[in-house]
Write a protein that binds this ligand. Structure first.
Ligand code: SAM
Length: 229
């Protein structure tokens, strides 16, 4: 049984070919995908030996050792000598995900789809995708156990969901998510709005130029939020 978050991630993995799950921990996702014939072959990449061993145990227990391969290594380096059709990077911060993609550029030319689930700061991932020729083709947002997770899906189709006049706002909120405005989207950004409001009232007491600049940035973001909430 997979978490609601990983189930949503799984929905976006291409059925044909190989999925590489980078930072796979217990290999829950690869085992679920291959075990249910939702993908042909999987690589579970892990930086740390502890989680790697859990992955190996999990794969063995499910009799999937011929179709799910656990590899030790940082980021996309586990794709050395391999090809993946889908790359999943889930459950890490947005800046780390962007960094893994950046460092692993040379392993990306054969990859058809990226499914990325940043726990925080998804904006960094959208920016990296946009800058590096990937098309953001869909987004999802799910709430589970009081946490809200965003899932970003990219390919090379050339689709461009950004508009020049609103690109910064779209990068921050998510071009698809801000259109569909599902309940978790609303909950997430309502909370952010209230937080910005609180910080702003504290900064207003400071009265220096640095604080002033931050207040201006916050005003811009609060305006964006007022437009979508
Ligand atoms: N992907 C799983 C999920 O979404 O449930 C596990 C997320 S877990 C919070 C993050 C995992 O990524 C840890 O097991 C950690 O060892 C691994 N990790 C962190 N940095 C990594 C890197 N540069 N390359 C590969 N794995 C990494």
């Amino acid at each position: 049984h997979l978490s609601k978050r990983l189930e949503k991630v799984a929905d976006y993995v291409l059925e044909e070919g190989t999925v590489a799950d980078i930072g796979s921990d217990h290999a829950y996702l690869p085992v679920y995908l291959v075990g249910n014939s939702l993908c042909e072959y999987a690589i579970a990449g892990e930086l740390n030996e502890g989680p790697l061993n859990s992955a190996i145990e999990k794969i063995k227990a499910n009799h999937l050792s011929d179709k799910v391969e656990a590899r030790l290594g940082s980021g996309l380096s586990v794709l050395e000598g391999r090809k993946a059709d889908t790359v999943v990077i889930a459950g890490m911060g947005g800046p780390l995900i962007a960094n893994i993609l950046q460092e692993g550029q040379k392993h990306l030319p054969d990859v058809k789809r990226l499914v990325l689930q940043p726990n925080v700061a998804a904006e960094h991932v959208r920016r990296w995708l946009k800058k590096n020729g990937w098309s953001l083709i869909d987004e999802a947002i799910v709430e589970e156990d009081g946490h809200i997770y965003e899932i970003l899906v990219a390919d090379r189709s050339g689709v461009d969901p950004y508009k020049e006049e609103t690109v910064e706002k779209q990068l921050w909120l998510g071009p698809y998510l801000m259109e569909s405005k599902e309940p978790p989207f609303h909950a997430k950004w309502r909370k952010e709005y209230d937080q910005l409001k609180r910080i702003k009232s504290q900064l207003q007491l400071a009265k220096n130029t640095h604080a002033q600049r931050r207040i201006e940035e916050m005003n811009m973001k609060m305006n964006w939020l007022e437009e979508v909430l």
